[in-house]
Design a protein around this ligand. Structure first.
Ligand code: ADP
Ligand code: MG
Ligand code: MG
Length: 232
C-alpha cells in the first residue's frame, strides 16, 4: 500500500460514513443507542480534516493509518472508537514492520508443484494481509468478541480471510481488496440472524436477532472503500 492508496482509502471511508450516517443511526437505534452513525461520521470527519490540513505527518501509508487510528480513538466515544481506532493504529504499525514473509504456515498444505511460492505472490498484498491480521487481533484483544457475536468482527474476520487467501494464492492487491469487500458485505448480512454476545445489543438477548449489526455494517464500508480506492 502506497501513500496515495492510503489517502484514497481514508477519504473513501470518510465519504461512506457521511453518506450512510443515517442508515447506521437507524441500525444502531434498533439494537443499540442510536449513535453509531454520528460516531463514525464525526470520527472520519476529523480524520479527513487532519489529512487535508497538512498538520499530520502523513508522508507514508503507515503514518496515515496510524494517525487515522489515533484520531478515531481520541474523537469517537463508545465501543467503536477505541476498537476501530486501535485497529487502524495496529494496522499502520504492522505495515511498517511487516516484511511479507511471515504468515506462511499454510505452505505445508499446498501440493508441491516445485514452484517458488514467494515469487508468485504479490508481496504488497501479503504484507497488507498480515497488517489486517494485526488489526483484527487488536479488536479481539480489546473487545473479546468471537465470530458469531454479532459485531464488527463478523465483517472483519471474513474480509481478512478473503484478502489473505487471495493474496496468498497469487492475486494482486486490487483483486484481494475486492474479495475482502465482498466477504465483508456477506459477513455484514449474516449478522442479521445472529444473537448479540457482546456490546449494547447483547443486553437485548434474543430480541437482537433479526437486525443487522451497525459496526459490521460500517466495517463493510471500510473494506468497500479500500476496493474502490484501488480503482482510483
Ligand atoms: P456504542 O455501542 O458504545 O454506542 P457504537 O454504537 O459506535 O458504540 O458501536 C456499536 C458497534 O460496536 C456494534 O454494532 C458492534 O459492531 C461493535 N462492538 C460493540 N462491542 C464490541 C466488542 N466487544 N467487540 C467488537 N465489536 C464490538
Ligand atoms: Mg451506539
Ligand atoms: Mg454509544
Amino acid at each position: 500500500m502506497d501513500v496515495s492508496l492510503a489517502r484514497h482509502w481514508v477519504q473513501n471511508i470518510a465519504s461512506a460514513m457521511s453518506r450512510n450516517q443515517e442508515h447506521l443511526t437507524t441500525l444502531d437505534s434498533a439494537i443499540g443507542d442510536g449513535d453509531h452513525g454520528a460516531n463514525m461520521a464525526r470520527g472520519f470527519f476529523a480524520v479527513r480534516a487532519g489529512l487535508d490540513s497538512g498538520t499530520w505527518s502523513a508522508a507514508t501509508a503507515e503514518e496515515i493509518l496510524v494517525q487515522t487510528g489515533r484520531t478515531l480513538v481520541s474523537v469517537v466515544g463508545g465501543a467503536s472508537g477505541p476498537l476501530f481506532g486501535s485497529a487502524f493504529r495496529a494496522l499502520g504499525a504492522a505495515l511498517d514492520t511487516e516484511d511479507g514473509t511471515e504468515d506462511d504456515t499454510e505452505n505445508g498444505t499446498e501440493l508441491g508443484t516445485g514452484t517458488d511460492h514467494e515469487a508468485e505472490t504479490d508481496t504488497d498484498a501479503t504484507r497488507f494481509a498480515a497488517a489486517l491480521a494485526a488489526g483484527l487481533e487488536k479488536i479481539q484483544q480489546l473487545g473479546a468478541a468471537v465470530p458469531g457475536d454479532k459485531t464488527m468482527i463478523d465483517a472483519y474476520a471474513p474480509a481478512y480471510r478473503a484478502f489473505h487467501d487471495a493474496a496468498h494464492s497469487g492475486a494482486d492487491f486490487r483483486t484481494a481488496a475486492h474479495a475482502a469487500a465482498d466477504a465483508a458485505e456477506a459477513g455484514m448480512r449474516a449478522t442479521v440472524a445472529m444473537q448479540a454476545g457482546k456490546g449494547r445489543a447483547s443486553y437485548l438477548g434474543l430480541r437482537s436477532v433479526g437486525h443487522q449489526d451497525p459496526g459490521a455494517t460500517s466495517t463493510a464500508y471500510v473494506f468497500r472503500a479500500l476496493a474502490d480506492a484501488t480503482e482510483a
